[in-house]
Design a protein around this ligand. Structure first.
Ligand SMILES: NCc1[nH]cc(CCC(=O)O)c1CC(=O)O
Length: 339
């Protein structure tokens, strides 16, 4: 028998909420981290107030209730990283924590799940459509003022269950539905010009303690960061932050990166919108940022945060900020009843 004992390598603990969607998302990140490092990975389930309570989000303190408990667990050292849906994460920074990785974003669009194969244009007059999102409700009212929009709560499964009972349709994020293997329930994918997605929709955020950014964990997390996703997320979240709006405000933003070929210059296109809760008004704005080709010819698609530098991310933030400031000057806060 050998006297050799291998060094005790502790598993990388990935903190997640316990919902089916959160677990699926955390598993995706766990697989990516497992492939990017030689450490074992394990999931740590954190109970959050938002999961424990069926009270409305607003009564629990609104935006961020789901994220808060995960962040506390991360600060307390109960896990090494936390996986969030980016769109549920408040834009304000949390002292001591950093979003260390934004992996490749899934489809950001919303989908309609309706009875009888209905689409937004074929839903019968007065149809009952459920959503808990003021952004989705306002846009539904904008395109179909005749619909009865109902406020519903609960996880994806609960909301789909209402379809079989008392609703004609619900609107959900395509990414969540796809991750749960439930895309067969979708009857229409809503294009961003009809239903502008939430800032960050479809993207996962991997957060760690800021002090770990410099060490081996930071290095592993940078490997699963996706530069085009990061740029789009910075722009979209800068819109939300500058409007001083949260994930429960009737605000949408959608940024996409386009390039003619892998190494040539790219263009970050941003579309932002605010919507009157009663569906009577909207204010939309499109803007773009030209990103020069890199001298070394490295394709942007394969760059991680490490190679992106500070300048281009900074300009993506400025694009979102300036777009939101222009919208505020046109009355965005009044339209969306932000304050
Ligand atoms: N607010 C709940 C939530 N948070 C993230 C997702 C789906 C995944 C995503 O948008 O990234 C969902 C469900 C939904 O909006 O239908």
């Amino acid at each position: 028998m050998s006297a050799f004992t291998p060094p005790a390598t502790t598993a990388l603990r990935i903190g997640t909420r316990g919902s089916d969607l959160a677990l699926t998302q955390a598993t995706t990140v766990a697989e990516a981290l497992g492939a990017a490092s030689d450490r074992e990975v394990e999931l740590v389930r954190i109970k959050t107030e938002g999961d424990r309570s069926s009270a409305s989000l607003a009564s629990l303190g609104g935006a961020g209730v789901f994220a808060a408990a995960l962040r506390e667990a991360l600060i307390a050292g109960e896990c090494d990283v936390a996986v969030h849906s980016l769109k549920d994460l408040p834009t304000a920074e949390t002292g001591g924590l950093s979003i260390a990785a934004l992996p490749h974003r899934a489809d950001p669009r919303d989908v309609l799940c309706a009875r009888d194969g209905w689409t937004l244009s074929t839903l019968p007059t007065g149809a009952r459509v459920g959503t808990g999102s003021p952004r989705r409700a306002a846009q539904l009212r904008l395109v179909r003022p005749d619909l009865e929009v109902l406020d519903i709560r609960g996880n994806v499964g609960t909301r789909l269950g209402r379809l079989d009972k008392d609703l004609d349709a619900v609107v959900l994020a395509r990414a969540g539905l796809a991750r749960l293997g439930l895309m067969d329930r979708a009857t229409e994918t809503l294009e961003p010009d009809v239903m502008l997605p939430a800032p960050g929709q479809g993207a996962l955020a991997v957060e760690c303690r800021t002090e770990d950014l410099e060490g081996p964990l930071g290095e592993v997390l940078r490997r699963i960061d996706h530069a085009p996703t990061r740029l789009a997320m910075l722009a979209e979240r800068a819109v939300l932050g500058t409007l001083e709006a949260g994930c429960t405000a009737p605000v949408g933003a959608h940024a996409t990166l386009h390039w003619a070929d892998d190494v040539g210059p790219a263009r970050l296109e941003l579309r932002a919108g605010v919507f009157a809760p009663n569906g009577r008004r909207s204010l939309l704005r499109s803007s773009a940022l030209e990103i020069p080709a890199r001298a070394d010819g490295e394709p942007l698609a394969e760059q991680s945060r490490a190679t992106l530098g500070d300048q281009i991310p900074g300009r993506a933030v400025e694009l979102g900020e300036s777009t939101a400031l222009e919208m505020l000057a046109e009355g965005a806060a009044e339209v969306a009843e932000l304050r």
